[in-house]
Design a protein around this ligand. Sequence first.
Ligand SMILES: NC(=O)c1ccc[n+]([C@@H]2O[C@H](COP(=O)([O-])OP(=O)(O)OC[C@H]3O[C@@H](n4cnc5c(N)ncnc54)[C@H](OP(=O)(O)O)[C@@H]3O)[C@@H](O)[C@H]2O)c1
Length: 228
Amino acid sequence: MADPVFLITGASSGIGAATARHASQAGYRLVLAARSTDRLEALAEELGGSERAIAVTCDVTDFAAQEAMVAATLDAFGRLDVAFANAGFGAKRGFLEGDPEQWRAMVLTNVLGAAYTIRATIPALKDSVGHLLLTSSVAGRRALSGSLYGATKHAVTAMAESVRQDLNDTGVRVTSIEPGMTDTPFFDDRPSNALESDDIARAVLFAVQQPPHVDVNEILIRPVSQPI
Ligand SMILES: NC(=O)c1ccc[n+]([C@@H]2O[C@H](COP(=O)([O-])OP(=O)(O)OC[C@H]3O[C@@H](n4cnc5c(N)ncnc54)[C@H](OP(=O)(O)O)[C@@H]3O)[C@@H](O)[C@H]2O)c1
């Protein structure tokens, strides 16, 4: 059988890029999606070029772009085994802080973007009896003061469980990845005493490498001593 195919949204940076590197090491062919074409192309080249990894420019808030991403996947590799809905970003905490237009973009990206990825990838994942993962957050399991971002991640946690039930009879597995503070460009001021992207990538690979009858539904992972 040809090597399995792993699609990642938000693959141009941070957790998504680290997961791409770990998945490549594990023998997957990669589909790397985000808006930053140059960064995706550099990563695809690093991971072995077009036989092993393709770059697909995709704004996850655009459903047609997500459908085109899946079409490009099937065109290049003929199958899709793992889809990781990981694209997302945060906003300043406090309901009187930040820009309401940025809230709009964040809600559309983190919530609708993930739903669009689910919808666009389900048919191919059913065909391969594959695996769907979504990046939620510790903020999707605990309410944080003044955090609309946390509300978007609670929606992602709920979506992971609702799609798990929806796909229950298909054999497709569903995992919610719930990172604590992780040192990535997500933060303008990079945190210390945080997890590394590689720590989250290992958790993702742990979930996908279980035997087919094992469905790891949630992984909540904090750096030691994160209080909330
Ligand atoms: N870092 C943390 O502490 C932490 C903790 C819990 C959860 N998370 C979640 O982890 C995920 C990855 O974040 P990260 O920490 O790795 O941050 P990051 O390095 O900033 O990566 C975010 C990724 O999302 C992509 N993205 C943003 N908007 C997009 C859009 N509209 N369409 C397509 N791609 C888009 C970005 O690519 P382009 O800009 O190229 O499009 C980038 O590849 C996010 O869902 C985040 O909420 C992060």
